[in-house]
Design a protein around this ligand. Sequence first.
Ligand code: NAD
Length: 264
Amino acid sequence: STGVLSGKRGIILGVANNRSIAWGIARAARAAGAELGFTFQGEALEKRVRPLAQELGAQVFGHCDVTDGATIDAVFAAAEQAWGSLDFVVHCIAFSDKDQLTGRYIETTEDNFTKSLAISCYSFTAIAQRAERLMTNGGSMLTLTYYGAEKWMPHYNVMGVAKAALEASVRYLAADLGEKAIRVNAISAGPIKTLAASGIGDFRYILRWNEYNAPLRRSVTIEEVGESAVYLLSPMSRGVTGEILHVDAGYHVVGMKNPAAPDI
Ligand code: NAD
């Protein structure tokens, strides 16, 4: 391939099914010429993810549950064995107990807070630790965040706090890794109907609200997030690090409801 990612090798974590944002990124990266490795979380998802990984000619494929550091080590060991070095890594992983993604943030338990921050924020740092060693020719690390990190959003609760910490970690990792020409960025995606999103209270209302009020008057797709990701993973963005790129049909610039929007 002669695409902007030709000759680049990367691992994509977080494909659950063909609606996953990670899958949109994987397809776009493959179309741009990248060689890919995939992880899946547990046996139940393996059945879904294996044919998807095969469809894109995956060269690395393995179980990774970020709550078990040994499984992260195993994935990066497999990548080292297959490729020797690594050019990019994409982290599309988040978790909170569903019953705390509704109602008031103040009800969050310490147990769910700790678990949500570990899976949704610390795991990106844990992955960066492993990836740094393999990015001997520089590299690009990418994670996924949401506007609920910056502003209160209904029901997003502990996930908003986790995403705020994740966005801060993007800045700290960017500073740590810059001298090795390793860049660290995030995409702040607008709402997209995925498995994870279906756990958020009133998600359909949030999606509709964005469609009526975003400058582009619509929601975004995993294909659009994927193509923006290709920019951040490729040398086209070689001067960009520590950045939170909003791929949200412009919603984050809006300060007030569109007066022409119908009632929802
Ligand atoms: P998804 O359900 O397709 O993906 C979430 C992934 O997280 C799954 O593959 C799941 O296996 C993985 N995961 C959860 N806990 C894990 C663990 N312990 N170990 C390993 N993997 C684990 O949903 P998605 O919407 O594509 O989510 C991907 C990312 O995009 C998340 O970080 C999410 O917060 C973010 N995001 C989503 C939206 C949206 O509206 N869908 C908007 C902005 C940001």
